[in-house]
Write a protein that binds this ligand. Structure first.
Ligand code: CP3
Length: 333
């Protein structure tokens, strides 16, 4: 069994597998090279040869234990017919919601629209370098997808009350999102994904509405992934109460963000834990990195722990620091 699934399923504490969120991305010169020639991000995600090549770039360079498919959580709104574009130095920009158009999309259309993503997963998992490594598929959590669909860009300054004004639309969208997230997960698993991670990047925006928008819709997705027999990792970034989240949603593993105190969480959460390290630590120096990484490794030494970050790796991260990180994790005793 590959190290990540072994850690999650067998609760093995002997090895700490390692992969990084956004490991296939802009800090890699070989990625920037491909990106320069491919200005349209969605088109790049739908080029199965290039998407597979990008997915494998960090595996070839660093030997991570998992390969996360080069795609995006916003491929879901794209797949149901909402316009999605990525603008340089701005981030994602989505089109208006045309509910009649979305209502016409069925399972077959959706799977066709994203067939290249599944083809990329299938090609990647067949590569010999993937022997004894996990192919990680992913989706955005229902709440985070809803946020992007309605807000139409990253809610960097939070959400206005405008966001909640159309209850009917919100409920309709949550039903649609639930249906297509499940299909998107099933298609990724059929194509070869061995683990599914659910990114709830904007979970931290909520306080009182957490049961309604996070616990209930995420639980439905988690139960679905479990039915498929695939381990599921949740990342409810910025949520205050990870313990409560885990008790209610019951993922197989949970990724913590860098505001979570590892010493406190280890007493509260019994399931395997992933991540935590602040990605800005990789922008400092080797000695500081070693201190901070070993802090996580020693706290979690008797707990099933997958090394990862508390959010995606930053584009300005130096290659040498990632090499250092891998060495520290692999040599830790
Ligand atoms: O290496 C990997 O992790 C695999 C691929 C991956 C991408 N996005 C590629 C990507 C994954 C897992 C994601 C998840 C994702 N996408 C999330 C959840 C994680 C998180 O960061 O909170 C979110 C919120 C998105 C939406 C998204 N995609 C944003 C907000 C942006 C722009 C912001 C930015 O960092 O520029 C993207 C673009 C994006 N997705 C890039 C990559 C490699 C950068 C695109 C580029 O080259 O310009």
């Amino acid at each position: 069994m590959s190290p990540i699934t072994n850690c999650i399923k067998n609760k093995d504490t002997k090895i700490n597998p390692i992969w990084l969120m956004r490991q296939a991305g802009r800090y890699l010169p070989e990625f920037r090279e491909i990106r320069k020639e491919n200005q349209n991000f969605i088109k790049l995600c739908l080029n199965s040869d290039l998407a597979s090549e990008i997915t494998l770039q960090p595996i070839k360079r660093f030997g991570f234990d998992g390969a996360v498919i080069f795609s995006d959580i916003l491929m879901l709104p794209y797949g149901i017919g909402q316009r999605v574009e990525f603008e340089k130095n701005y981030g994602p920009k989505l089109g208006d919601i045309e509910i009649e158009k979305i209502n016409k999309i069925d399972e077959i259309n959706f799977t066709e629209n994203l067939s290249k993503v599944y083809e990329a997963i299938s090609k990647t998992s067949k590569n010999p370098i993937m022997t004894n490594r996990d192919m990680i598929g992913f989706v955005g959590a229902p709440w985070t997808i809803l946020v992007y669909m309605i807000n139409k860009s990253s809610p960097k300054k939070g959400l206005s009350s405008e966001f909640y004004k159309d209850d009917l639309l919100i409920n309709k969208l949550l039903t649609i999102i639930d249906k297509f997230l499940k299909l998107h997960i099933k298609n990724q698993v059929d194509a070869g994904a061995k683990v599914i991670q659910i990114f709830d990047s904007w979970a931290g925006l909520l306080e009182n509405e957490i049961p309604e928008y996070i616990y209930e819709p995420t639980l439905k997705i988690v139960e679905y992934v479990k039915q498929l027999g695939v381990p599921v990792i949740c990342f409810p970034r910025g949520i205050k109460d990870y313990k409560n989240f885990c008790e209610i949603v019951k993922p197989d593993a949970v990724n913590i963000d860098y505001d979570v105190d590892p010493k406190k969480i280890i007493k509260e959460i019994k399931i395997p834990i992933q991540g935590g390290l602040d990605p800005t630590i990789l922008l400092t120096d080797q000695i500081n990195l070693k201190n901070k990484v070993e802090k996580y490794l020693s706290i979690f030494k008797d707990h099933p722990y997958i090394f990862n970050l508390g959010h995606g790796i930053l584009p300005e991260t130096k290659i040498e620091m990632v090499e250092n990180l891998i060495n520290i994790v692999r040599n830790f005793k």
